[in-house]
Design a protein around this ligand. Structure first.
Ligand SMILES: CC(C)(COP(=O)(O)OP(=O)(O)OC[C@H]1O[C@@H](n2cnc3c(N)ncnc32)[C@H](O)[C@@H]1OP(=O)(O)O)[C@@H](O)C(=O)NCCC(=O)NCCS
Length: 133
């Protein structure tokens, strides 16, 4: 259902015919200049080769053509790979990554670590494209 309804804000990585990674996101309904990355994952056999970075670059490159200027996601503090991934994205695009609050562990109904919310941007506007509003 996600890939059907949110294909424009999602992408997969393939090796041959095999899907080895994906990123899924959506445009914030109240702020469509922001893509929220809901999940990104790369098959364990393919990690550390830049695949997740390429997925995010492809997604951002596609969406700035539609006026997207920011990306938001949540990351658990102990997820070193994910923290490095999004920090590197901000560096590559020459922009900043700021915390935008935390969902504390106690806010989840089950056992769950806290999730820190990050906001990356602004991304450079594509020539001739105005920010989505
Ligand atoms: C997070 C994840 C998607 C990264 O995928 P990947 O293809 O291995 O990432 P990349 O190779 O593009 O590396 C991105 C950055 O993270 C760094 N990195 C990768 N694995 C790392 C690790 N285990 N520890 C620390 N840094 C790591 C890389 O060095 C790179 O940073 P750099 O550009 O500054 O060198 C992957 O580890 C994964 O699927 N994890 C499980 C699912 C998950 O936690 N998703 C994120 C939820 S928010």
């Amino acid at each position: 259902m996600w890939c059907h309804d949110f294909a424009g804000t999602s992408a997969v990585a393939r090796v041959g015919n095999d899907v080895v990674g994906f990123v899924i996101g959506y445009l914030r309904p109240t702020r469509p200049d922001t893509v929220v990355v809901w999940q990104i994952a790369v098959d364990a056999s393919q990690r550390g080769r830049g695949t997740a970075g390429e997925l995010l670059d492809a997604l951002v490159g596609r969406l700035i053509e539609q006026g997207v200027r920011h990306l938001e996601t949540t990351i658990t503090p102990d997820n070193a790979a994910s923290n490095a991934l999004f920090a590197a994205l901000a560096r590559r695009w020459g922009t900043t990554m700021d915390t935008a609050g935390t969902f504390d562990a106690g806010e989840f109904p089950d056992e769950h670590e806290s999730e820190v919310r990050f906001r990356i941007g602004p991304f450079p506007a594509a020539p001739g494209v105005r920010a989505a509003s």
